[in-house]
Structures are given as structure tokens and as C-alpha cells.
Design a protein around this ligand. Sequence first.
Ligand code: SAM
Length: 249
Amino acid sequence: MTQNVYDHEEFFAAYSQMDRSLHGLAGAPEWPTLLAMLPSLDGQRVLDLGCGFGWFCRWAREQGAAAVTGIDVSERMLERARVDTDDPAIQYVREDLEHAQLPRGAFDLAYSSLALHYIDDLGRLLAEVRQALVPGGALVASVEHPLLLGPRRPGWNVDDDGNTSWLVDGYLDEGIRDAPWLGRRVIKHHRTIETYARLLREAGLTLTDLREWGVTDAWLRERPDQEHERERPYFLLFRATTSELEVSA
Ligand SMILES: C[S@@+](CC[C@H](N)C(=O)[O-])C[C@H]1O[C@@H](n2cnc3c(N)ncnc32)[C@H](O)[C@@H]1O
């Protein structure tokens, strides 16, 4: 069952204070990498899965997208997205991506930033996305990296010499993780990189780019006490496309 933790009052208040909530794409350190994976948006019909406050939806329109649909299950997130958006070509829809049915051949680009790891039946959603894309369309997405999300007992280890390491256990044991975040136990779904690749393939999507984002020197310069974050990747980013020749089935 979908947790919809973003509609929880205190969680929402805490999430709203994060850099990416206050500053949008500029506050998301992985954004430059994701940006490099995107096609030109000029004239494109764009779908944003788990659109949150709608930062990407508005940016896509600034890049010339013809129309943007943002889907999210959280009424609070969408409420702020609507307040911050003054553009009839952006439509926000409240829907649970666990069950959403998407219109056939309606989009050139599907985008999703840090939402797909909340989805249990990702295979079903990817199949929906595939049939919602035109031939030659693309899905560009980010998820929490499986090495970050996967451990059963996430935590840092500091040895006697002061060396810090991120302990990874349970990597191959896929399924629910509910580590505390922003004061709540947040349900996410851990899957291996192999499983992400397989689910894309089974949905009829061709993986064309895969990147593992870790903290950058620029990020660390502003947070010198976070040097240990170099020890693990943070986000997994991928692009997958439908075949140019294929007719949406
Ligand atoms: C970490 S936020 C990311 C928001 C936005 N994509 C961004 O990058 O700023 C995750 C978003 O996914 C949404 N979400 C989680 N599970 C969902 C589901 N089952 N259906 C639709 N949206 C979902 C949440 O409500 C939240 O807005």
C-alpha cells in the first residue's frame, strides 16, 4: 500500500526546508548530471512522474516543452506546485503511480526525479510508461542509489584509525526498506542495479545511459565535515528509450 508520507504534516514541513525544495533544480546537486542526459525539450510533450513541487515541469516549459503533465500522489506537494505555477500548458494530476494508467503514445519524454524507489510494482509502471511514450521517446530518471538504500542497518562505521566506511548488508535482499528520514520511517523499495536494468528491458525500454552520482568537490567545499560522503554513490541515474521503429502496443 502506498504510504504517501509527503502528505504527513511534519514530514512535509521538514521536506519543504530542504535545499531542493527551497531552490528547486539549482538546489539538487545531481541536477547537472541529469540535465546532461536529457534531450532537447523544444516542442516536446513531457510527463513528470512524482513531480513534487513542479520545479521540473516549469523548467521544461522554459525550455520550450509544448505541454507538461506532472503526476504526484501527495496533495500537499501538488498544492504548492499549483500555487507556484502560472501556466495553462502545465497540468498537475493527483494519482498514485502504483496504479496509474497513462494515455497511449501521448508523451515524447517521461522524467522522474527520486520517485521511482517509492514504487513497489515498478515493472507495471515502466510498462505503462513505455506505452505512453511515442516511438523514439525517452525515460530519464533518478533513484536513490541501491548502495545507499539497500543496507538493512544503514550507518557509518569508523574504525580505530578514524577511517569511515558505509556498511552494505542485504544488498541482494530486495524489497521494503523503512529507514528513518525527516522524523518518519519512510517506506522505499530497494532493488539492485541488475533489477533496474531487467525491469527496463522487460518493459520494452532500451537502457542508453546509466550514471552513478556521488558528491562532487564543489558540494564538499561547502560541507567540509561531510568528507565521508565520498565513500558511497548517492543516486542512480538512467535514460531508456523506446525503439524508433516500434508502434506503441
Ligand atoms: C523526493 S520527492 C521528489 C519530488 C520531485 N520529483 C523533485 O525531484 O523535486 C518524491 C515525490 O514522489 C512522490 N511519490 C511517492 N510515491 C508516489 C506514488 N506512489 N505515486 C505518485 N507520486 C509518488 C512524492 O509524493 C514526492 O512528491
